[in-house]
Design a protein around this ligand. Structure first.
Ligand SMILES: Nc1nc2c(ncn2[C@@H]2O[C@H](COP(=O)(O)OP(=O)(O)OP(=O)(O)O)[C@@H](O)[C@H]2O)c(=O)[nH]1
Ligand SMILES: [Mg+2]
Length: 683
């Protein structure tokens, strides 16, 4: 257990720690000279059998509250010191407020210097203290009268602390390790040592850890726990870690850093939090208020973004977004305190809730609902609540990391969930949500096929956009892949359909196509006639020929290389192969070189190359091009045996050149555009 002192300057905190432990926690020369505590001091006394109670002694000076905060952050038990002669003073109240904001519920008050006052004064001071405690987490705490000079009450106080240490709560096993650094120094013959309070988990020599937020990898060479050489250190203990690693030095690690298990390292500079403004404040917390944020042993300048319409009045609470000037290593549920920028006043504080909030639409009702779920302390309850509201899914690994949960605990929490593993992070949903999504997906495909019997399928991007919940693209792709494996859907590049769906031309259309197709093949295949020319050759209305060619494109029989200019699918494959040959022969090649091979005129050759550019098959360098080998498979030749035949639609070649659809290439995948509406009959 770690006991932290609190209280007004000169009220006898350091003297009391010395009376209890025999150690003078004022270790700095300046402290001794001025008789006040400036920085944190540390001392130890035996606790219940086999254990040690640690003390963090803090300064009471009003200008040193930031040091008090660094010390108080790791405390299990508060020892509030009030001098009987002075009674409750400003920093008594401020420290009590800070302990309350930090959620330190266990503690007692030592009414000290009773040797120096009349008995009547002791009674009055006790009454004053009881009132000051009201409304704080320490309300009703025991008040022990002591004197560090006469030793009165010290044995009783020691006994109380031992009893409290005996009932200190243990950390759940295998929780990942976090230690908030409060000191870093070099020991002759040992190297770099950092000290701090173990926030969660445990540490042992040989552990590989990271110093966050910097991300410096370190190895634990040895350690002290509660001032003794130890094989392991855990929650409720002050530890001194002897660290090794490249770049490890006294200067590289400082107060405010967190030494943690590598999987927890994910610093953040934007955090949604609950903020309670102290009732003693005279002004509300307003939009974009600059503050000093205290978290763990760290102190960062930050701004407060209100997530509601009105400023947060003294005594009130509300959701805020904390925008930090530099990142911190936090966890959801961690307590924080904000002070004004001149570091004179404590304004309020609360708990960190969401470590990865959006910067836009951060005040939307769905966001507020999410924050209410994040505010649930129990991770299981929070997870259920989060998955039960928009957006109905989350990254379970990030959730566990931000809550500091172990892998085993995560596995336990997510056992009943549906998990999709995808590039960009896994996604988890509740089973009912996943079932609802799959049902909606199948219904959408069904309706689409009914409305568009002549279309092969729907673009995956469009399908995703129309569904609730709207998964991130990689997770949606994983969902579709799973459904495809289960035979529920069929996938064709960036297009999805029901497995039973097939596009067929009406018999009259099939007849017209049979008349058109021969004109696109043969010797003229690299410069086939355009729609208008075919219409003239066949004496058919131009619009009819265009409609048929577009239908054939959707069926994957032709590619519309440029507006109204259709090439047979296999011819496209042949031209790609020729481009690949040119590439192999010359490296970069020109449009003229392709024209010479295709014997089809410069203009057509350029249109073909532009089509290839759009699909990423060729990469342009000025007037020259080279082939992107990874894109060759987009246009296989039927002869290669790779191309699906028999009316399977190709995912490419469908863009409507004129409208601009599908003109952009999408790195790493097919054009993820859905089809333009087909103006049937009127095209
Ligand atoms: N008579 C009397 N004097 C005390 C007692 N405890 C502390 N003092 C005196 O009060 C003065 C301040 O004591 P400290 O222990 O340094 O006070 P502190 O709360 O640690 O002060 P800061 O750390 O600067 O906030 C010293 O001169 C002590 O000798 C006590 O029980 N009785
Ligand atoms: Mg002191």
């Amino acid at each position: 257990m770690i006991v932290g002192t609190a209280g007004h300057i000169d009220h006898g905190k350091t003297s009391l720690v010395r009376a209890l432990t025999g150690t003078d926690a004022d270790r700095l020369k300046e402290e001794k000279a001025r008789g006040i505590t400036i920085d944190l001091g540390f001392a130890y006394m035996p606790g219940p059998p086999g254990s040690v109670i640690g003390f963090v002694d803090v300064p009471g000076h009003e200008r040193l509250v930031h040091n008090m905060l660094a010390g108080a952050s790791g405390v299990d038990f508060a020892l509030v010191v009030v001098a009987a002669d002075d009674g409750v003073m400003p920093q008594t109240r401020e420290h009590l407020a800070i302990l309350d904001l930090l959620g330190i519920r266990r503690g007692l008050v030592a009414l000290t210097k009773i040797d120096a006052v009349a008995p009547a004064r002791v009674g009055a001071a006790r009454a004053e203290i009881a009132v000051a405690l009201e409304g704080t987490a320490l309300a009703g705490a025991e008040i022990l009268s002591v004197s560090s000079v006469s030793g009165a009450g010290i044995p009783e106080l020691r006994a109380r602390l031992e009893a409290a240490a005996a009932e200190a709560d243990a950390d759940p096993a295998d929780t990942p390790f976090r230690l908030a650094v409060d000191r870093s120094f070099t020991l002759q013959g040992t190297g770099t040592v950092v000290t701090g309070t173990v926030v969660t988990g445990s540490v042992a020599p040989g552990d590989q850890l990271l110093v966050s937020p910097r991300g410096l990898p370190v190895r634990v060479r040895g350690l002290h726990a509660q001032n003794r050489v130890a094989g392991t250190g855990g929650r409720g203990e002050r530890c001194a870690l002897n660290l090794a690693g490249e770049g490890v030095s006294r200067e590289a690690i400082a107060r405010g850093d967190v030494v943690l298990a590598p999987e927890l390292h994910a610093p953040t500079d934007r955090i949604d939090a609950e903020l309670r403004v102290l009732a003693s404040e005279t002004r509300p917390v307003t939009q974009w208020l600059p503050v000093h944020l205290h978290h763990g042993t760290a102190e960062i300048t930050a701004r407060v973004v209100l997530l509601a319409d009105r400023p947060i009045a003294p005594g009130a609470r509300g959701f805020v977004q904390l925008v930090l000037d530099r990142p911190i290593a936090g966890a959801s549920g961690d307590r924080y305190v904000i002070r004004d920028t001149s570091a004179r006043r404590t304004l309020g504080g609360g708990a960190l809730l969401d470590l990865r909030p959006p910067s836009r639409r951060r005040r939307a009702p769905e966001r507020i609902a999410q924050l209410e779920a994040h505010a649930l302390a129990d991770p299981a309850a929070a997870l259920v609540a989060l998955l039960d509201r928009a957006p109905f899914f989350l990254d379970p690994v990030a959730f566990a990391r931000d809550r500091g949960l172990s892998a085993a605990r995560l596995a336990e929490l997510t056992a009943g969930l549906v998990r999709l593993d995808a590039r960009g992070g896994p996604v988890a949903m509740s089973r009912p949500t996943a079932e609802r999504l799959e049902r909606a997906l199948l219904a959408t495909l069904d309706a689409f096929h009914r409305d568009n019997p002549d279309l092969m399928g729907i673009g995956v991007a469009r399908l995703r956009g129309g569904l609730e919940p709207r998964l991130p693209a990689p997770a949606f792709a994983a969902l579709l892949a799973g459904m495809a494996r289960a035979g529920q859907v069929a996938l064709d590049g960036a297009w999805a359909r029901l497995p039973g769906h097939a596009v067929r031309l009406a018999p009259v259309d099939e007849e017209l196509w049979a008349a058109i197709a021969p004109h696109l093949g043969g010797a003229e295949r690299f410069r086939p006639p355009r729609v208008r020319d075919i219409a003239g050759l066949l004496d058919e209305p131009e619009a009819e020929v265009r409609r048929l060619c577009k239908l054939a494109a959707r069926l994957g029989r032709v590619h519309e290389i440029s507006h109204d200019h259709f090439f047979l699918r296999d011819v496209t494959g042949e031209m790609v192969a020729i481009a690949a040959e040119l590439d192999a022969e010359h490296g970069l090649f020109s449009a003229a070189q392709l024209r010479d091979r295709l014997d089809n005129g410069r203009k057509v050759a350029i249109l073909i190359l532009e089509f290839f550019d759009r699909h990423g098959v060729t990469l342009r360098r000025g007037d020259l091009r080279r082939v992107n080998p990874r894109r060759l498979e987009l246009f296989p030749r039927d002869a290669d045996g790779a191309a699906p035949s028999g009316g399977e639609s190709s995912p490419v070649g469908r863009p409507d050149f004129k409208s601009g659809w599908g003109r952009e290439t999408v790195p790493g995948g097919f054009d993820s555009h859905s089809l333009p509406p087909l103006a049937r009959g009127s095209a």
